[in-house]
Design a protein around this ligand. Structure first.
Ligand code: MN
Length: 261
């Protein structure tokens, strides 16, 4: 099943089961519309329910060595966040190797391997001590980046969108419920290209923990169920070209694999 079929199928089944309003503003679920716009869902491991995605938040420079390689001082910089559009999601089923299209306009297309937290409860000004109660599940994902465009826009003090927030820039695995898999404060995270190790670190090297990220985000935005957070990448990001195979791993989760085409 390709992505279009997958999401159309998901949207159709969600309508049938009454889930359609989950990720849409109040009052729009039953609106008559001139055409259909699919909502975004991620499969849940061990369930026939789908996780409805409301927003995709990403934290920047959350591992010391990556922060240094990107030209920042990790001791001074507070966390910062950006978003990807919800339909940037490319679901990747464990044990499969779907094609990931090399995007237009770039000559320096980078991988970033990241833990992803998925929220089941929202709020404002969430204390760090309660933040993990808001996590519904976890998975792993790639924050794919048109690095040349990101850098060029950064140099001109313009928004990052074109480098970060483009079509299919968020490959992601199925969601594992916290109740079954627990929380992630440590464990190996690695990424290989064509079998060669490129990124290798431990989740405990994060500058800001998942709980701290949720707390900080909730100072700036009201958080809602369905929000997901890409928690940052370790050092040694780098480029891929057409034909490359990316495999990423986080301890306790099945690996995620895509082929660049
Ligand atoms: Mn990232």
């Amino acid at each position: 099943m390709d992505r279009r079929d997958f999401f159309q199928g998901a949207a159709a089944s969600a309508v049938a089961t009454g889930l359609a309003g989950c990720a849409t503003p109040a009052g729009t679920a039953s609106a008559r519309t001139p055409f259909a716009v699919p909502a975004t869902y991620i499969p849940i491991v061990g369930s026939d329910e789908m996780f409805p995605v409301r927003r995709i938040y990403c934290i920047g420079r959350n591992y010391r060595a990556h922060s240094i390689e990107m030209g920042s001082n990790p001791d001074r910089e507070p966390p910062f966040f950006f978003q990807k559009p919800t339909d940037a999601i490319q679901f990747v089923q464990a044990g499969t190797m779907p094609e990931h299209p090399y995007p237009p306009l770039t000559k320096n297309y980078h991988y970033e391997a990241e833990l992803v937290a998925a929220l089941g409860k929202g709020g404002r000004n969430i204390p760090i001590s309660q933040a993990l109660d808001h996590v519904w599940g976890y998975t792993l994902g790639l924050d794919m980046t048109r690095r040349d465009l990101q850098r060029a826009m950064g140099d001109e003090k313009k928004p990052w969108e074109i480098g970060k927030s483009f079509d299919r820039s968020a490959p992601i695995g199925a969601i594992h419920k916290v109740a079954q898999i627990g929380h992630f404060s440590e464990g190996a995270i690695w990424l290989k290209v064509n079998g060669q190790l490129k990124q290798s670190a431990d989740l405990k090297m994060m500058i800001w923990s998942v709980a701290e990220q949720i707390s900080k985000l909730s100072e700036a935005f009201e958080m809602f169920p369905g929000d997901i957070i890409y928690s940052g990448t370790p050092e040694n990001v780098g480029p891929v070209v057409r034909g490359d195979v990316i495999e990423m791993h986080i301890d306790k989760l099945p690996n995620l694999t895509v082929k660049i085409v």
